[in-house]
Design a protein around this ligand. Structure first.
Ligand code: AP5
Length: 216
């Protein structure tokens, strides 16, 4: 089955999609992580998008759509996928429908106050990309990833200025997708405000029902 994880910056898309990937055996495809990987490795793609991403802007539709189209054509995505961070504009959503339509869109709803609280304490692993939070999801050893032992760092686009730009882009360019998906009948809202364990337990049940062919 094909799921899009949708929501504001910091809503918990990456955290929940990572859990769902393990629970349901579907590949977790994060456009943000693809771009960050390219930036880490200093590839031409990484160099091209670095300044834009760090300032909180959106990468062009043409570039992002091309990357996702290529990724979804890989064999591991043949039986389904969890898309995280894509689509985030109407042209991206229309492109996805044209080449590989979603079954469901999981809309993680959170308040702006929660977003700010989560992004200000987020720490990411340089090695595997897992995210932690200094208060809500601390690593066992300070600044070391529990999974791969990699160094934890603060994303440049989690600065106060970039978060403001990302939230503004979300409101103007991404939030309108809610109505788009509501009218396609694929939008499923899940309250993302509670603790990660609580959100995951609700989400897991919702996804099990959807996979069993029942509307949540
Ligand atoms: P991307 O990485 O997709 O950033 P984003 O959408 O802003 O989302 P985040 O990664 O900030 O948040 P999240 O919802 O995944 O939250 P997380 O689980 O980490 O994209 C980065 C950039 O790449 C974009 O700004 C853009 O420039 C570019 N880009 C990417 N896709 C693009 C596209 N399609 N088109 C154009 N440009 C694109 O959680 C946040 C924190 O909260 C973590 O610390 C976590 O541990 C904690 N947390 C999570 N859930 C909970 C909970 N329930 N309770 C307490 N803490 C929690």
């Amino acid at each position: 089955m094909k799921f899009v994880f949708f929501g504001a910056p910091g809503a918990g898309k990456g955290t929940m999609a990572a859990k769902a990937a393990v629970a349901f055996g579907l590949p977790h495809i994060s456009t943000g992580e693809i771009f960050r990987g390219a930036m880490r490795e200093g590839t031409p793609l990484g160099l091209q998008v670095k300044a834009l991403i760090e300032s909180g802007g959106l990468v062009s539709d043409a570039l992002t759509i091309g990357l996702v189209r290529e990724r979804l054509a890989k064999p591991d995505a043949a039986k389904g996928w969890l898309l995280d961070g894509f689509p985030r504009t109407i042209p991206q959503a229309e492109a996805l429908v044209s080449f590989c339509p979603e079954d469901y869109v999981i809309d993680l709803t959170v308040s702006d106050a929660k977003v700010l609280e989560r992004l200000s304490g987020r720490r990411m692993c340089r090695g595997c990309g897992r995210s932690f939070h200094t208060v809500f999801m601390p690593s066992a050893k300070p600044d070391i990833c529990d999974d791969c032992g990699g160094e934890l760092y603060i994303r440049n686009d989690d600065s106060v200025e970039s978060v403001r730009t990302r939230l503004e882009n979300y409101r103007t360019q991404t939030a309108p997708l809610e109505n788009y998906y509501r009218s396609r009948g694929t939008l499923v809202s899940v309250d993302g405000e509670a603790s990660a364990d609580t959100v995951w337990s609700v989400l897991e049940t919702v996804m099990e029902r959807l996979l069993a062919g029942k509307k949540a």
